[in-house]
Design a protein around this ligand. Structure first.
Ligand SMILES: Cc1ncc(COP(=O)(O)O)c(C=O)c1O
Length: 393
């Protein structure tokens, strides 16, 4: 009989089980809401990127349904062949206006926006200078580009400067940071990095996945938050988190966007969004402009919950955003914390190595605009109970 060539994968999974790091996928039995049913248990959901509650907003639902009625359920092709519908172009125009840039291009996801852009605008002759905590999609894009990758310690602008000083002047360089770091919830060192980019002639790129819809006027992101318009050459945003639907985009000058139309491989080789997705995103952009109360509520809830966790004595790291990590130490402890919270009625995903560094395993909490105070207070009470029980506080 043929021996199983994939046996090593089962061995790896057994090892994860032994370390207490094996995860079963949790299944949402209901909508993506702040209080929902997961694995048939009613829980306060602190693990969603649905910052503004737009996944279930009536205007987004209605526009998606209308697009399905008018335009069908699929685009039928990649963008560069027959898969560019008028609604895709309309979304790109609206995003460019929203971001105050000349143009924008939409990708299937934030992941492909980052990976497709970094890998296509650089070659093996070039250098990428990247924060050590940048998202996996940036890392993968950097690897695919075959450029030399130089990593600087998290937010250490002096270290980034040192790297730049040692590089030959004429070499093409990309300086890249997340706008908001997804595991720690802190904000990238944008103003200082923009100064460095100007001084050393770098292309400046920001991944604003967790800042889109959260920071800046009406959720325009960290470039707007810091008043850095015109100083960041490549702005990536996502449509999958606060915007409530799916997708990613790059905003920048016309040449950048046209180049990506010609060379970004996910754009060229993967089918475009169904029209309903583009329609939901268009409705979301309107909601950002006309219903600013959601962003206000998101920040009120963020302040309430973060200060509550800190008052209980949890280590919440350096978070400055609605993402608040609760650092638990080793992976097994973080998974235990997450599991016990779930039993008590709170869903906060545990994260361990390799998603976060060893010894800094955590549960990551994300509040949304649509959580009620009672839900957040209930969650704090559960954190108190379980944190004490596990000796974390
Ligand atoms: C910092 C960061 N960039 C990019 C992405 C990818 O975005 P998307 O989920 O739209 O692919 C994520 C999401 O996980 C993220 O956290």
């Amino acid at each position: 009989m043929r021996s199983d060539p994939l046996q090593y994968l089962s061995d790896e999974l057994s090892s994860l089980r032994e370390q207490g790091l094996y995860r079963r996928l949790r299944v949402l039995d209901d909508e993506q809401k702040p209080k929902t049913s997961i694995d048939h248990r009613s829980v306060v959901n602190l693990s969603s990127n649905n910052y503004l509650g737009l996944t279930t907003h009536p205007k987004l639902r209605e526009r998606a349904l209308q697009a399905i009625r008018d335009l069908g359920v699929g685009s039928g092709s990649v963008r560069t062949i027959a898969g560019t519908m008028a609604i895709h172009m309309e979304l790109e125009e609206k995003l460019a206006t929203f971001k105050h840039t000349e143009a924008a291009v939409v990708f299937q996801s934030g992941f492909t926006a980052n990976a497709g852009t970094v890998s296509s605008i650089l070659t093996k002759e070039d250098v990428i200078i990247s924060d050590e905590l940048n998202h996996a999609s940036i890392i993968d894009g950097a690897r695919l580009s075959r450029a030399t990758i130089k990593v600087f310690p998290h937010k250490d602008v002096h270290a980034a400067r040192k790297i730049l000083q040692e590089l030959p002047k004429p070499q093409r360089k990309l300086l890249i940071t997340d706008g908001v770091f997804s595991m720690d919830g802190d904000i990238g060192a944008l103003p200082d990095l923009c100064d460095l980019a100007a001084e050393f002639g770098c292309i400046m790129m920001v991944d604003d996945a967790h800042a889109s819809g959260v920071f800046g006027r009406n959720g325009r992101g960290t470039v707007d938050h810091f008043g850095l318009h015109g100083r960041v050459d490549v702005q990536v945003g996502t449509l999958s988190k606060a915007i409530g639907a799916l997708g990613g985009y790059v905003a920048g000058n016309r040449a950048l966007i046209e180049f990506l139309y010609h060379r970004a491989r996910p754009f060229l080789f993967s089918t475009s969004h169904p029209p309903s997705v583009a329609a939901s995103c268009l409705a979301a952009l309107e909601v950002l402009e006309t219903e600013p109360q959601w962003i206000d509520r998101l920040w009120e809830n963020t302040r309430f919950f973060k200060s509550g966790l800190q008052a209980l004595g949890f280590n919440t790291g350096l978070s400055e955003s609605p993402i608040t990590p609760v650092i638990a130490g080793d992976g097994a402890q973080a998974m235990k914390l997450s599991d016990r919270l779930f039993e008590e009625g709170v869903f906060a995903q545990g994260l361990a190595f390799p998603t976060v560094p060893r010894g800094k395993a955590r549960v990551r909490t994300i509040v949304t605009a649509t959580h009620t105070r009672d839900e957040l207070q209930f969650a704090l009470d559960c954190f108190k109970k379980v944190g004490k029980e596990l000796g974390i506080i």
